[in-house]
Design a protein around this ligand. Structure first.
Ligand SMILES: [Zn+2]
Length: 272
């Protein structure tokens, strides 16, 4: 019987998935370096088998096919020391241990690789001040009414919303309202998009009416005299949609406020 060694492709796969670091929790040793003359890359890692490659190895009695033994799922990228420890102490490191390490390491690395890097050179205090200024501009936005039934917005709120959208046309280093970080900028854009959607609704939906005495736009879910069933349904979905967008707007503002407060208190960034 022969040893079922990993192919070079599988070894490369294990190494890359582990970002060329030992996958044993707590070790994470870098496994490759350049020789002093710059001519060689020195590797100090082994693609280890979980179920041993040799038919006589411990634990290899569960009837895996040669393909399964050679598969990446049966491997782990370990530094030379960890590989040796594991190989010689299968009581301490029973079958299933190192393939699990590999899986966890690969999943972390995938997560890191797909997360946008935190930009450098950003003044955190400035970003938090931007968040605070931005949120404070929304203090006077008031939408009133009953969820999914009626909604009312004052003329002043509409003007204030329009002015904030105008002020945020360019969010960047020259704008004191910017929060710089991709995550918080996304929240700002999301909040602004909500406002734009609401303003479009107020101005274009035929169901809104302007109440001169209260100086407010109002949308009430009441069967209007002479309205058809489908008009009533349209009207109802307009009210529900407006509330949904308003909630989304408030969610974004809430997180931005947390961001500005948390960072002022010296807490670490909670958001990423
Ligand atoms: Zn190690």
């Amino acid at each position: 019987m022969t040893r079922e060694n990993f192919t070079q492709n599988t070894k490369d796969h294990l190494a890359r998935a582990a970002n060329f670091r030992c996958v044993r929790p707590g070790c994470q040793k870098i496994t490759h370096s350049q020789s002093t003359d710059g001519k060689k890359i020195v590797g100090t890692a082994v693609a280890s088998h979980d179920i041993p490659a040799s038919p006589n190895g411990p634990g290899n009695n569960i009837g895996l096919t040669p393909e399964q033994i050679r598969a990446a799922e049966n491997g782990a990228w370990l530094c030379a020391i960890c590989a040796r420890l594991v190989d010689h102490d299968r009581v301490r490191f029973p079958t299933g241990t190192i393939s699990e390490w590999q899986k966890i390491a690969a999943s972390y690395i995938t997560q890191y690789a797909s997360t946008p890097a935190t930009p450098t050179g950003i003044n955190l205090r400035q970003a938090c001040q931007g968040a605070q200024l931005f949120c404070n501009k929304t203090n006077n936005f008031h939408i009133e009414g009953y969820i999914n039934w009626a909604i009312e917005i004052s003329w002043q709120s509409i003007c204030a919303m329009e002015s904030l959208i105008g002020e945020c046309h360019f969010l960047g280093p020259l704008n004191a309202l910017t929060t710089f970080f991709p995550h918080t900028l996304n929240l700002q854009y999301r909040a602004l998009d909500c406002l734009k959607t609401l303003l479009t609704m107020f101005k274009t939906s035929g169901y809104w009416f302007y109440d001169e005495s209260f100086k407010a736009y109002r949308l009430v879910q009441l069967p209007l005299f002479g309205s058809t069933e489908s008009q009533r349904q349209d009207q109802q979905s307009a009210v529900s949609y407006a509330w949904k967008i308003w909630n989304e707007f408030n969610e974004s503002i809430y997180i931005l406020r947390q961001f500005s407060l948390g960072a002022y208190a010296g807490a670490d960034l909670l958001l990423w």
